[in-house]
Design a protein around this ligand. Structure first.
Ligand code: GAL
Length: 433
């Protein structure tokens, strides 16, 4: 697993090397079908509107195909796993793991691997013919020292702008902003010419999410990706400029929303209360899924989407995957769950509801409509550049992630760009230790 991968080409080379290692050791590691299959406790943070629909679809499929195994949903509320990860850490610490837990491909997964908390799944991959089902670059992000450690269910895109076309029209903005400078001009126009909130934001982690988008939009893909490599320069004038823009953009959000989740912030756009929201494409599932969980909204009428300003042509990706914890109490149940999570059927039931595209390469394309058709095309286009989401596990370890969150939390209080930059530079430096 390697930090800071920029382009598909780089990924391919690294993945080939990793795969060679994987093949050399296949046969080792976990993956027999033994163990208690009476139940499976599945741990995630998919409880809220939108997210829960995807999980429910996969759960229903699991229950149908595994009638003898009781499905126990151990999801802990809180977008992006803010609460769940803390609960999980203490369960793992106390050696009371769930049977399978959600972990992001990339640096986040590496934490669990290095701590010896999850088992390799090479035999499981062999038995289920999974290696050829996934893109090699994704296998690389779930492998360490030649072994594969999780089963990805999806690919999400973090750098998405959701907007209310009517409010843009009222503000005299003739389309989604294409650069960060245009974005700031558009936010000002909404502020000056309408009584709407220019940019909806929620709880603190949604500001972290916004930060990764502004860094990518301002710095460009290569410079953004370089930030996550050892020894990267977080003190550069280019980073100062991006953080200054971040501070400016934050002025157009609402302070009173600071206790609301991503769903509330996204809903403000389709309710006609806010012009823009920057959030991952889980928003799409929430917008279009039918009630009571989804909002049952229509693309192009109730909302539109574009790549976040300055990021068109780049997929800031992340992937949810499921693991086999060491000493999972119901190992047989866990393996049965992983089998569903890794299957084409499971992924094609889960992803259209979740607002993501399948991690597998053989999706039934006809199921992915509207935004999801666009997402699949972008993901598979050879011209698309890749960037990893730091907030959603790809580039930053859990510690680095927490340190950045602390720096952002202080910034929300003091609004001091120089201190934010110092905090981020220190977080990067400490991540190397
Ligand atoms: C991400 C996760 C997504 C979605 C989102 C909001 O970290 O990968 O699947 O759940 O958080 O909660």
């Amino acid at each position: 697993m390697t930090k800071g991968l920029a382009m598909r080409g780089t990924w391919k080379a690294l993945a080939a090397a990793a795969l060679a290692g994987v093949l050399a050791v296949s046969g080792c590691g976990g993956g027999d079908d033994g163990g208690d299959a009476s139940q499976v406790e599945v741990f995630s943070w998919w409880t809220g509107p939108g997210e829960a629909d995807g999980l429910a679809a996969m759960q229903a499929h699991f229950e149908k195909t595994n009638p003898g195994t009781k499905f126990v949903n151990a999801a802990v509320a809180g977008g992006s796993g803010t609460q769940a990860k803390a609960v999980l850490a203490s369960r793992l610490q106390n050696r009371k793991p769930p049977d399978s837990f959600q972990g992001h491909a990339g640096a986040e997964l590496l934490d669990y691997i290095k701590a010896g908390q999850i088992e390799p799944l090479d035999s499981f991959y062999e038995d289920n013919n999974l290696k050829q089902a996934y893109p090699q670059q994704l296998l690389e992000q779930i492998s360490h020292q030649g072994k594969i450690y999780s089963v990805p269910v999806n690919i999400h895109r973090s750098n998405m702008l959701w907007y209310n076309p009517k409010i843009l029209e009222d503000a005299g903005i003739d389309g989604p902003p294409k650069t960060i400078a245009e974005f700031i001009t558009a936010l000002k126009a909404v502020d000056d010419r309408t009584d709407k909130v220019p940019l909806s934001l929620g709880i603190q982690w949604t500001a972290d999410h916004l930060l990764e988008n502004v860094l990518l939009g301002d710095l460009g893909t290569d410079a953004y990706n370089a930030l996550w490599k050892p020894g990267a320069d977080w003190s550069s004038p280019a980073v100062t400029k991006a953080l200054t823009d971040f501070a400016e953009i934050m002025k157009y959000t609402t302070q009173e929303s600071a206790s609301s989740e991503w769903q509330d912030a996204a809903k403000a756009v389709v309710d006609g209360k806010a012009a823009f929201n920057i959030m991952g494409d889980w928003v799409y599932g929430y917008y279009v899924n039918p009630g009571p969980n989804g909002l049952g909204k229509k693309l192009d009428t109730d909302f539109k989407y574009a790549a976040a300003p300055g990021t068109d042509g780049t997929y800031m990706w992340l992937s949810d995957s499921f693991t086999l914890p060491r000493n999972a109490p119901h190992r047989g149940g866990a393996l049965a769950w992983l089998k569903v999570a890794g299957s084409k059927e499971g992924q094609d039931l889960f992803n259209p509801k979740k607002g993501s595209i399948p991690a597998r390469k053989d999706a039934d394309k006809s199921l992915y409509k509207g935004y999801l058709e666009y997402a699949l095309n972008e993901w598979t286009s050879p011209d698309t550049k890749l960037a990893g989401s730091f907030w959603h596990g790809v580039y930053a370890s859990n510690k680095w992630h927490t340190d950045i969150d602390t720096a952002v939390g202080l910034f929300l209080q003091n609004k001091d760009v120089a201190k934010l930059q110092q905090g981020l530079a220190a977080a990067a430096k400490n991540s190397a230790q």
